[in-house]
Design a protein around this ligand. Structure first.
Ligand code: AMP
Length: 396
């Protein structure tokens, strides 16, 4: 069975065709600047091709993906009929969707209705689902996999904000979390390797970062909130700050809510503090060259991340395993080391020699005598989406 996994952003479409017989990736690619000038990067058969092509909307982007998969040098299938189903990543399912499900008109209406909570993402997902229907026809099953579904097990004491209760009732304001598909993949992978570990903390550290506490396979807390802005310093996002700092800034600078949102989401974090870059590698390089603001950005990161981990050890009442994943977590050996050094006071000890140079492969990293196991486990959100999609269409 071949499954096409789709991640639609407002001006992008990421795809991955997965052969579920061996869970291998047959082809993948990214359509960027949809609605603008249009750029595609496509990978298959060990080749990578980049080209410019006009894609006025997501439907034309899907036609381009169809062409790439079925024609020319990167052709991997004879016709679209070989694709059994399409799995879509959806960022916000609110409190309505606790599991992945088949797309129907009601599901589409709900995703649309939840756009308030994910204005940059949900409308794009609907466009992607409709475009896929246009290109593949209505007979190809489409499945939606919600990014926050894994976090739906959080208890009210973790997800409620102490605002007047009426706002929760009126506007559904609460913590939903994000990166759930990644946290779920990693949590399941660890459970396959070590079913005995019941209290687990997963650090998804990338351009966007979140930390999740998982007890008996269920999320009990996570660092992202109503939106993916909450938590700790990220590439361009603030993470948690005093909410009054926001209203103070709006008043002082005469900013609109949209402008403030833009500053907090796109101009803050590593970029905002360092003034150098949102990319961890650039910030590290600048700090090594003596840039004090870059060093400050790193200092904040190495202060905030262990603090959240420590707070989740309390929430879990112990810790069996700490896991690192995503771009920084998988590649940043010194980042993992820096975080674990701060955790030594809790008896968590990393084997720093073993950690050195480890990138992109599953590894256990704790030193002898550590109170908790430490792992680096690469995430695979696309495979998680494909697995859910397979399970749902096989049950049809
Ligand atoms: P992601 O959003 O998961 O793709 O992760 C992107 C982030 O991973 C960026 O901040 C990169 O700088 C970071 N990253 C990638 N490779 C490394 C590395 N070798 N060391 C530190 N950070 C890295």
């Amino acid at each position: 069975m071949k499954i096409l996994v789709i991640n639609c952003g407002s001006s992008s479409l990421k795809y991955q065709l997965i052969d579920m017989n061996d869970e291998s990736t047959i082809a993948s690619g990214l359509c960027e600047r949809v609605g603008l000038d249009g750029k595609i990067t496509a990978k298959a058969k060990g080749q990578k091709v980049k080209f410019d092509v006009s894609m006025p909307d997501h439907t034309t982007a899907f036609y381009e993906v169809k062409k790439i998969l079925t024609e020319g040098d990167l052709k991997v299938i004879d016709s679209l009929e070989e694709i059994a189903a399409i799995g879509h990543r959806v960022v916000q399912g609110g409190a309505l969707y606790k599991e992945s499900c088949l797309v129907n008109e009601q599901v589409k209406a709900d995703i649309d209705m939840l756009s308030d909570l994910a204005p940059l993402h949900n409308p794009a997902h609907i466009q992607g689902i409709n475009a896929a229907e246009d290109v593949f026809g209505k007979d190809v099953p489409q499945v939606v996999v919600f990014d926050n579904a894994f976090h739906s097990t959080m208890p009210p004491k973790a997800y409620m904000y102490p605002l007047p209760y009426e706002y929760y009732e009126k506007h559904a304001i609460r913590k939903y979390g994000a990166h759930g598909t990644s946290h779920r993949y990693v949590s399941k992978r660890l459970a396959e390797l070590h079913p005995e570990y019941k209290k687990v903390i997963i650090c998804h550290l990338g351009n966007g970062s979140s930390i999740t506490a998982v007890k008996d396979g269920k999320v009990i807390d996570t660092s992202m909130g109503l939106t993916p802005l909450d938590g700790f310093i990220m590439g361009t996002r603030t993470g948690a700050i005093d909410p009054s700092a926001v209203t103070f800034l709006m008043q002082k600078e005469g900013l609109t809510p949209a402008e403030t949102d833009n500053i907090m989401n796109k101009k803050s974090g590593f970029l905002g503090i360092s003034g150098v870059s949102s990319d961890m590698r650039d910030v590290e390089e600048a700090a090594a060259d003596g840039n004090e603001r870059a060093q400050l950005a790193l200092d904040i990161f190495y202060y905030e991340v262990p603090k959240i981990i420590a707070s989740y050890i309390v929430a879990l009442q112990g810790l069996d395993a700490l896991v690192f994943t995503a771009g920084i977590g998988e590649n940043g050996c010194n980042v993992r080391e820096g975080i674990c050094k701060e955790l030594e006071c809790l008896g968590i000890k990393m084997d720093y020699e073993k950690n050195d140079g480890i990138r992109g492969k599953e590894v256990r990293l704790d030193a002898e005598g550590s109170t908790a196991a430490i792992f680096m486990l690469p995430t695979n959100e696309e495979l998680m989406i494909a697995r859910d999609t397979k399970e749902i269409v096989e049950a049809l």
